[in-house]
Write a protein that binds this ligand. Sequence first.
Ligand code: HSE
Length: 445
Amino acid sequence: MTTTNLSPIRVGLLGIGTVGTGTFNVLQRNQEEIRRRAGRSIEITMVADLDVARARAAVGEGVQVVDDARKVIANPEIDVVIELIGGYGIARALVLEAIEAGKHVVTANKALLAVHGTEIFAAAQRKGVMVAFEAAVAGGIPIIKALREGLSANSIQWIAGIINGTTNFILSEMRDKGLDFDVVLKEAQRLGYAEADPTFDIEGVDAGHKVTLMSAIAFGIPVQFDKAYVEGITALAAQDIRYAEQLGYRIKLLGITKRVANGIELRVHPSLVPAKRLIANVEGAMNAVVVQGDAVGTTLYYGKGAGSEPTASAVIADLVDIARLHTADAAQRVPHLAFQPDAMSDLPIVPMSEVVTSYYLRLNVADEAGVLAKVTGILASMGISIDAVLQREADEVGGEGATQTDLIILTHDCVEAKMNEALAQMQALPTVLAPITRIRKEELA
Ligand code: HSE
C-alpha cells in the first residue's frame, strides 16, 4: 500500500490573523512536499473568524468561512482543529469542546497550556486525540520536538532560553543605543514589535508560560505556571546594562528551569550572562534556547520566535505529525508531555527563596569613608562571598563635585533568602541613597 494514497487530513482553523494566514499560505505553497512527508495531503477546508471578510480575503474562494468556531468543531468532516485565538477564555472552552468532539488540536496558545494544560492533556488522553503545541514555545524553533524526541535519551539538567522576542529587542536597543527602558518600549511599539498592551511580554509572563511548558516536557512534571517565579525587565536601567558590559556580561531576560537537589527551579528574570556565551549574543527579536543534557552536553537552538511564517512552520510541523499518526494506536503516539501519563514525576517546584544563584548589585552610595566596608561587612556576616567590585568615580556618575557614586558588586553563589536579608540590611544604611538594584547572574557553564 502506498501511504500517499490516503485521504487528505481536513483541518479547521479558528482565528485567521497573522499566524493563521501564514499557515494557510505555507500549506498552499509547499503542499506537494508536505504531502510527500506526511503521507497524505493536509487541507484547510474550513475557517472561523469573527471578521468573515478578513478571513475570506486571506483564504480566497474554495474554503468554507464561518463566523462561529463551534460550526467548525461540529463538522464531522474536520479531523484537526487549529486554535489560533489566544488567551484562556473562549480558547479554553473551544479546545476542550474540540477534544470532546474527537478532533486533534494544534495550538500556539502558551498561556492556555501553561495554565490549563493539565486539564487539557487529561481530556485529550481520555479521548485518544493529540494536542500539539510546537508553535507555543519559541515560534519557529522546533524546541518541543527536540526536547520531547531528539533528546529523549538524556537526563535533562537545565534549560535557559531567550524566549520572548519583544523583550530581547528592547534589551538589545538599550545596550546598543544606551537608552532607557521607557524610550525603547515606545520605539518597539511604533515598529510593531511590542503589542499596544505589552504587559505579558515586559513583565515576563509570556516567557513564564513558555518555560513552564519546556519544564514539564524536560522533567516529566505537570504544567504549573502558578508556581513559576516571574520578573520582567521594567526596572532595568541603562547604566546596569553598561556596568554589566564593563564586567564582561550582557543582560538577557532568561526563562530558566533546572533540576536541583530539592526539586525543579522554574523562573524568569533578567540575568547577567557572560558576553562570551553564544546565547549572550542573540540580538533583536530573535529567540534561542540552551539545553544541557547529561549525555549530549550543551545544545543550542536559535531562530525566529514569532512572526507569520516562522510560527506557521511550527503549526504545520504539528499537522504533519498528526497526519502521520492519525491512524496509529493512541498508546503508540509520542506523549503530550514527553513522559507517559502514568509515569509523571511529582518533583516539587523550588520556591524562589531557596534558589541558589549569584548576583549583580548596584548601590548608589554616599562617597565617603567606610561605606564599602559596611556593605561588604553585611555580605560577609550573611556568608555571601564577593566575586568582584567596581566603584565608579563619583564625578563619572554624578558630574564634577558629586558626593555620591555607584558601587557595583558581583557575588558568588548564595541562597536567595540570604541575599534578601542582606539587601534589607544594606538598604537600611543611611549611606545607601537609593533603592538597590539586584540582578541575578547565570554563568551557563
Ligand atoms: N510576544 C511574543 C514575543 C511572541 O515577543 O516573543 C509570541 O510568543
